[in-house]
Structures are given as C-alpha cells and as structure tokens.
Design a protein around this ligand. Structure first.
Ligand SMILES: [Zn+2]
Length: 115
C-alpha cells in the first residue's frame, strides 16, 4: 500500500481504539508511537489503556507486513493475517466505535440542518 494509505489506516485505528477504550476502560495513558513504513516516519499520539495498547500494536505490526499493494478491507481480505482471537477482538472494537462514529455524524448532520 502507499504511505498515504498507511497513514490513513493507522489514524483510523487510533480513532477507533480511543473511542472504544474511552467507552469500555478507564485508565487510559498517553503514549507516543513512532512508526515507520517504506522509509517514511509517522508519529501518533494515543490515549488508551495498556490492554488496548497491546492490541493496537498487534494491528500496527500486521499492517506493516501487509503484502497487498492495494490493500483490501481486512474484512474482505483473501489472505487474512490476523490470528483468530485478535481478529475477533479487532472486529469488536471496529463495530463498537463504528456505531458511535455513525451516531456522532448523524447528530452533526441534524445540528447542521437546524443551525
Ligand atoms: Zn482500553
């Protein structure tokens, strides 16, 4: 995948994990990540708990080694690289946060309509 795509992917993970952790856990800590992909460097500030850190690091690793030049959605990937338990957990995080993001966007739309 391109560096741009990689950057979008890590930021999506960040957003989803922060929403999930905020809703589910209550001891988030700040951690700065320095990631590298195809010689480009990315920094990411995360506010999530230890458990979520371990999970997101797993996802960063998988992303790093994703062999697809044009990355498919992990959900529709022909050769999924996640282990089953991690896969299930990540799907749960995405679902939880996706629903909430959808709600926020819907609320903003309504607000925009009336302001
Ligand atoms: Zn957490």
């Amino acid at each position: 995948m391109t560096c741009k795509k990689y950057e979008i992917e890590i930021n999506t993970l960040k957003n989803f994990y922060e929403i999930y952790c905020k809703g589910k856990h209550d001891y988030a800590e700040h951690k700065k990540y320095n990631l590298e992909y195809k010689d480009e460097k990315f920094t990411l500030d995360l506010n999530i708990c230890k458990e979520c850190q371990e999970n997101i690091e797993y996802s960063f690793d998988r992303l790093q080694t994703c062999p697809h030049e044009i990355k498919p959605r992990c959900r529709t990937c022909p050769s999924p690289c996640y282990d089953k338990p991690q896969w299930k957990h990540t799907a749960k995080v995405m679902k939880y946060s996706g629903v909430r993001l959808g709600l926020i966007q819907a609320k903003q739309k309504i607000k925009n309509l009336f302001s």
